[in-house]
Each structure stands twice: as C-alpha cells, then as structure tokens.
Design a protein around this ligand. Structure first.
Ligand code: ADP
Ligand code: TRP
Length: 315
C-alpha cells in the first residue's frame, strides 16, 4: 500500500524555540517515517512580515538548516521553497477570482489584525488563498498544522470544493492533521512561549543561554512544585521520573532548575552540534532545496496544466 502524502509549510520568520519544536517541527520528523510528502519554506507568506533582503535570505537558510538539524530527511520528504514554484501564486490568483471579500473577512488572522487596529496589506488579507494554493497543488492526504492553522486548512477545503463545483472535479479535499496531543508550551513567564513575547528558550541555544533562560523562569508554585519549571521539564523527561524528583526536591527551586538545565542541554546538544556542522555545508543544503524545488515543480506544473485546461485559458 502506498504511503499517505503529507504537506506542510513553515514561515521563515526567525530562530525557532522549543515551543515551535514540540508544537510543530518534531511532528514533521516523526511523520516522515510513514508518510511521503512535502515540507516547504513559505517565503512568500513571510514577505508579509519581513521586507528586508538580508533578513529574508538569512531566515530562509536558517530554517533549512534547522530542519535538517532536527532530522528532516530529504530522501523521505521533499523540501522546497515556495517562491521557486510560481504555480503557487498563479493558482492563488485563480482562487481570488471566485472568493468573496466577506468570506476572507471571517478569517481569524484578519479579524485579529482588525481588532488590533493594524493596517492590513492585501497580502495578509489574501493569505488563506495562497495557503490554499500551496496545499491543493500537491493533492496531499494530510496537512499537519497547529490548532491555530486549522481554519486555514478548512479554507483550502472550501476553496477546493468551490473550484470543483464550478469547473469540475480537480482538487482532492485535504484533511487537517491537528497536532492536538501537543499542548501549548509555556514560556519562561508562564504565558504561551512565543518569539513575540520574548519569553522563549531557543531550540539551538548554547549552554549559557539555556542556563540564563531557565534561571529566569518565573516560579509560581502550588504545593511546593514550581508550575512553570515543571511544565517545561515534562517535555524532556517522563512524568514518572519527574514526580520522584520534584517530591524529593520539594521547595528547592534552584536545584530543580539546575536539573532542568542539564536535561535541556542533553537534549539540545546533539542537534546543536549537527546544526553547526550543517552551517559549514550551506551549498549542499541549498542543493537539497534546489532538487526539492525541481521535484515539486513537476507536480505543480502538471496540476496547473489541468487547472488551465479546466478554466478554459488553454486555447
Ligand atoms: P511564534 O509564536 O513564536 O511566532 P509561530 O507563530 O511562528 O511562533 O509558530 C510556528 C509553529 O509553532 C506553529 O505551528 C505553532 O502552532 C507552533 N507553536 C508556536 N508556539 C508554540 C507553543 N508555545 N507551543 C506549542 N506550539 C507552538
Ligand atoms: N500559515 C502557516 C503558518 O503560519 C504556514 C503555511 C503556509 C502553511 N502555507 C501552508 C502550513 C500550507 C500548511 C500548509 O504556520
């Protein structure tokens, strides 16, 4: 039986933290064992946020190295860059032509931006249509995403249905694979870990940085257990182990933090070392991206040919 096909995209918007790892990145590595598919760098999505040439270039290379360092295997998963496949933006335009403004105005990301009184670019407004194109071009079975992206995958499904109804059966309806076992990783201040709150522990942090982050975890406690320390610790050690340790060291916050520092260091160190090696091989990593792009292009071009045929522009 052939394997199921997965597809997911990641915006190159800065160094990942352990929340991104446990919330999203790790799942991709786990899923590649029994799935074929695609993980792509959503650089045209990132352009909504990053409008600086050097920063964009750096972020793209960084995220590529990050994924290779955590174990994404280009022999199992095609890794490519969205901007290398012009079919994504082409298909997004076609979707725009039958998508209404009120429908896009219901998207959470748009509503949040409005609530925050932000000025909204057309690219941000249109984000769900580019994402629908990203997905539908490759007929994936599943789209693994965090709960915050569920609505976007539903938009892709709706859009596929709408296209199929107007022009005839063309797109497979994708299923979101919501990574729901993965709870939200808290940051060092107890809120959701996020780059934008500056409460994060970087995934490839050096020992001293891990130490600094852990030592600044806010220690609100209930029954002698520092809640935030424990919540982060359980990502790195079994709860069975932790229960014993936290009972033995009840109230000794500094010692508990020292154990956490060592556990994080042991976990991160091999990936960090691998990433350093990869940094010496950027041309090889870029070659992986190029080859991935060539593979993805073949499929995307074939699908677009079908779309052009269906909409009647092939005369
Ligand atoms: P950030 O909030 O740091 O900017 P992103 O929005 O770029 O993170 O998220 C990238 C991916 O990581 C998404 O799939 C998101 O669901 C996941 N993610 C981000 N923060 C966390 C967290 N604290 N816990 C679990 N998953 C997270
Ligand atoms: N919107 C996703 C995020 O912010 C990234 C993304 C773009 C994506 N295109 C996609 C995810 C297609 C899955 C499938 O995290």
């Amino acid at each position: 039986m052939s394997k199921k096909v997965l597809l997911s995209g990641v915006k190159p918007t800065g160094a990942p933290h352990i929340g991104n790892y446990f919330g999203a990145m790790k799942q991709f590595v786990d899923l590649q064992k029994d799935h074929d598919g695609f993980i792509f760098i959503a650089d045209y999505h990132a352009l909504n946020f990053i409008q600086n040439k050097e920063e964009m270039k750096k972020n793209i290379i960084d995220i590529l190295l990050d994924y290779l360092a955590i174990g994404l295997d280009p022999k199992k998963i095609t890794i490519f860059k969205q901007s290398d496949i012009s079919e994504h933006t082409e298909l997004a335009w076609i979707f725009d032509t039958f998508t209404t403004m009120p429908y896009l105005m219901r998207a959470h990301a748009y509503k949040d931006a409005v609530a925050k009184d932000k000025e909204i670019c057309v690219g941000t407004f249109n984000y769900p249509m580019l994402m629908a194109a990203d997905i539908l071009l490759y007929d994936p079975d599943v789209v693994p995403v965090g709960a915050d992206q569920k609505q976007h995958v539903e938009y892709a499904r709706d859009t596929a249905l709408k296209f199929n109804n107007i022009f005839g059966e063309t797109f497979k309806l994708p299923e979101p694979l919501i990574m729901k076992d993965v709870s939200v990783v808290p940051g060092i201040d107890g809120r959701k870990m996020s780059k934008s709150y500056n409460n994060h522990i970087p995934l490839f942090a050096e020992y001293e940085e891990i130490k600094k982050c852990v030592m600044s975890i806010v220690t609100d406690s209930s029954g002698g257990i520092p809640k935030n320390v424990y919540a982060i610790h359980k990502l790195f050690r079994s709860e069975e182990d932790l229960k014993k340790i936290y009972k033995e060291k009840e109230g000794k916050y500094k010692e508990l933090k020292e154990i956490l520092i060592e556990d994080i260091e042991n976990f991160i160190m091999p990936m960090r070392e691998r990433r350093k090696e990869l940094e010496k091989k950027i041309p090889e990593a870029l070659e992986i991206l190029k080859l991935g792009g060539e593979k993805a292009k073949i499929l995307a071009a074939k699908k677009m040919q079908e779309v052009r045929e269906k909409i009647g522009v092939n005369v």
